[in-house]
Design a protein around this ligand. Structure first.
Ligand SMILES: NC(=O)c1ccc[n+]([C@@H]2O[C@H](COP(=O)([O-])OP(=O)(O)OC[C@H]3O[C@@H](n4cnc5c(N)ncnc54)[C@H](O)[C@@H]3O)[C@@H](O)[C@H]2O)c1
Length: 349
């Protein structure tokens, strides 16, 4: 597992340790995620943690001298959608070059894993495919600072559709999304050429117990919880009607575990979501209610790189992995908030 000490890696670590004789997590304990630079308690004790940077060849040389991986779950990434516009080299370096360094190291050491599982992202779709009122499929252009400053949130005369790898082409609108698509493409090409199975899961917005409480660039749900818990009204970007597919970490960990263990690797990318799309306002209202906080309010602010609507069609996941999401938003928020209530919280900005 790369990036195995992170939110998703820790959550799937016990299941991986149950399924494989030896599980090794390579992770540089990135300070934005791991301020104390120590092994997270949530990482299963059976998992060996190797502290190392996936972009550095020596990390791989040392690792592959000791380990011959049968299955690789590649999670290590820089994940700040908005941040990636200002720090594109950092995102490209870890997400793209980190992947190529891993693959080159396998070649250098003559190691061919049977399967490589990639946690890709719905960010590869950008705004996704929309349906015009006349019934035509269209791919809306990237929303610019000017259009957003004008409050043009939606694409007039068109309706968003579910993200589905069978029918919707990738068209990223953030540097992060572009690096995740590059990761996918590089992995697919390399794996096809070497006869290695590539399993690509495109995850929607993952949330739940264990998510970062300190990373200001990801984790809108934990931020909303902290605001409501502090008695604040949650600020809603745009007009509050932005739609997202919030999928609970337990469901995601199970999907990735199946990606690593299912007998037949799915042929193409698999979309992973909760099976329901919700507005940001609905999520915020549920959180406000949990904490008895004032009602959320619309601010009209926006973040460049954010898409208007995103949700997944999960039927391929059901057919290819035998996976269906188990948790609805209300249950997930109760789980997240219940966990946050047990955590020491850094002060809110
Ligand atoms: N959380 C989500 O909503 C979401 C959605 C779609 C896709 N994903 C993808 O899932 C994967 C895991 O995401 P997460 O939510 O667990 O993020 P996370 O930030 O909690 O975990 C990523 C881990 O990678 C490590 N890492 C970062 N740079 C590294 C480097 N150069 N070398 C080694 N390790 C490094 C970090 O220390 C961290 O432990 C990522 O590939 C991300 O793109 C996440």
């Amino acid at each position: 597992m790369t990036g195995g000490a992170g939110f998703i890696g820790s959550a799937m670590s016990a299941a991986l340790a149950d399924s494989f004789d030896r599980v090794v997590a390579v992770d540089n304990l990135h300070p934005q995620i791991h301020p104390s630079a120590s092994r997270p308690d949530s990482l299963d004790p059976r998992v060996e943690l190797v502290v190392g940077d996936v972009t550095i060849p020596e990390t791989w040389d040392a690792l592959l001298a000791d380990v011959t991986p049968e299955v690789v779950v590649h999670l290590a990434a820089e994940t700040g959608t908005g941040q990636s516009l200002d720090e594109s080299t950092r995102h490209a370096s870890v997400n793209v070059v980190g992947t190529t360094q891993m693959l080159d190291a396998f070649t250098r050491h003559g190691v061919l894993p049977r399967r490589i599982v990639l946690s890709s992202s719905r960010a590869v779709y950008g705004e996704g495919a929309w349906l015009s009122d006349a019934g035509d499929v269209l791919y809306p252009p990237q929303r610019t600072r000017e259009t957003l400053e004008d409050g043009q949130w939606d694409f007039a005369g068109a309706t968003a559709t579910a993200m589905d790898a069978r029918t919707v082409f990738p068209a990223p609108v953030s540097v992060y999304g572009a690096t995740k698509l590059a990761q996918e493409n590089i992995l697919q090409v390399w794996c096809r050429s070497r006869g290695v199975e590539a399993v690509v899961l495109r995850l929607q917005n993952v949330y739940g117990p264990g998510q970062s409480l300190i990373n200001p660039y990801t984790g809108i749900m934990s931020l909303f919880c902290r605001m409501a818990k502090a008695g604040r009204s949650i600020p809603l970007y745009e007009d509050g009607a932005v739609r997202r597919d919030f999928v609970l970490i337990d469901d995601v960990a199970r999907a990735l575990h199946l990606g690593a263990t299912v007998e037949h690797a799915p042929a193409g990318p698999v979309d992973i979501g909760s099976g329901e799309d919700q507005t940001i306002a609905t999520a915020a209202e549920l959180i406000a209610r949990y904490y008895d906080a004032p009602a959320p309010h619309v601010t009209g602010q926006f973040r460049e790189g954010d898409v208007r609507h995103a949700w997944a069609d999960v039927s391929v996941a059901e057919a290819a992995l035998g996976w269906t999401p188990q948790y609805d938003l209300k249950t997930g928020i109760d789980r997240l908030a219940g966990w946050i209530d047990t955590q020491p919280l850094p002060p809110l900005a």
